[in-house]
Write a protein that binds this ligand. Structure first.
Ligand SMILES: *[C@@H]1O[C@H](CO)[C@@H](O)[C@H](O)[C@H]1NC(C)=O
Length: 293
């Protein structure tokens, strides 16, 4: 009877089905959020991601459920809000003139990044979901349709724009959501007529208006390939919660910047020329990032 069942299972293909997603992979960001398509982002045209390197898992922040499944004790919640930390920190008495709250009642806001895209057909899907808390195996954040899987972020624009976006459940070692120069680029610069692009991942903090800086980031952690980064690239489009990602070139110039979804890799990039990008790497489409608190 047992053997009969096994044979039946084999025949029906049940045993060929991969087992449920390994929770470890889910938190280390090895599984693309959408689950469809090749996460390598290889296209017959160009190599969007390096395909011949040894990849290292980039550790994500685990939820208590994920910790329990891995036999770890639950973590005590710690409500570490930037404004509270600032108030708690004793201020040096030598700077009495400094206002304790330069924003005048302004406080960091927590939320998620709602992603939409119109869906232009021909492998350019309609999107209505979120920037995911997990990424692909190259350390780039993915798209997810499920709010439960959204990256939770904190935005502090109290001192103006551009500002940093800090994640609390993404790549643990790289909480700053920022830009990472594309692996196939001819340099860390975006411009018209060039396919150059910038991945969106976890990066080291850089100053407002900083030019590309060689510093640790989730892509480099995953691939061992050095790329330069910028963190403070974010601002709101006039009077809205729509986010803009303004990359700064090496010469200090501000190129055209469009947030673009790349279906073949299920990730986002900032591109300076969408048509040139598509010519090299295949279908892609402009997406809107909206901060939702
Ligand atoms: C922060 O962003 C909001 C829009 O979400 C805007 O109303 C506000 O003026 C901004 N604050 C500063 C200091 O720029």
């Amino acid at each position: 009877m047992m053997r009969l069942l096994a044979v039946a299972a084999l025949a029906s293909g049940a045993l060929a089905t991969p087992s449920a997603v390994d929770p470890l992979s889910a938190v280390t960001g090895l599984v693309p959020g959408g689950g469809s398509g090749s996460s390598a982002g290889s296209s017959p045209m160009g190599k969007f991601n390096p395909l011949d390197v040894v990849l290292h898992p980039v550790e994500g922040v685990m939820t208590n459920g994920e910790r329990m499944r891995r036999g770890l004790p639950p973590k005590k919640p710690h409500f570490r809000r930037a404004d509270r930390t600032q108030r708690a920190r004793p201020r040096p008495s030598s700077t009495p003139g400094q206002p304790s709250n330069p924003g005048g009642g302004c406080a960091p806001r927590n939320g998620v990044i709602h992603v939409t895209a119109p869906g232009r057909g021909n492998n350019r899907p309609k999107l209505d979901g979120y920037l995911a808390r997990t990424g692909n195996e190259f350390g780039e954040y993915s798209y997810t349709a499920a709010r439960d899987n959204a990256l939770t972020v904190s935005i502090n624009n109290c001192t103006g724009s551009p500002f940093d976006i800090v994640s609390s459940n993404g790549y643990q070692a790289y909480p700053f959501l920022g830009g990472i120069a594309g692996f196939a680029n001819d340099g860390p610069n975006l411009r018209q007529g060039s396919f150059n692009y910038v991945y969106i991942g976890g990066v080291t903090q850089t100053a407002q208006g900083a030019t590309p800086k060689n510093a640790d980031n989730s892509f480099t952690a995953a691939t061992g390939i050095q790329e330069s980064v910028e963190s403070a690239i974010w601002s709101f489009r006039d009077g809205t919660n729509d986010l803009r990602a303004q990359w700064i070139n090496e010469d200090g110039s501000s190129p055209a910047d469009r947030i673009v979804y790349v279906p073949s890799a299920n990730v986002f990039v900032v591109a300076g020329d969408l048509a040139a990008f598509e010519q090299s790497f295949g279908p892609a489409e402009e997406a809107t990032f909206r901060f939702e608190s």
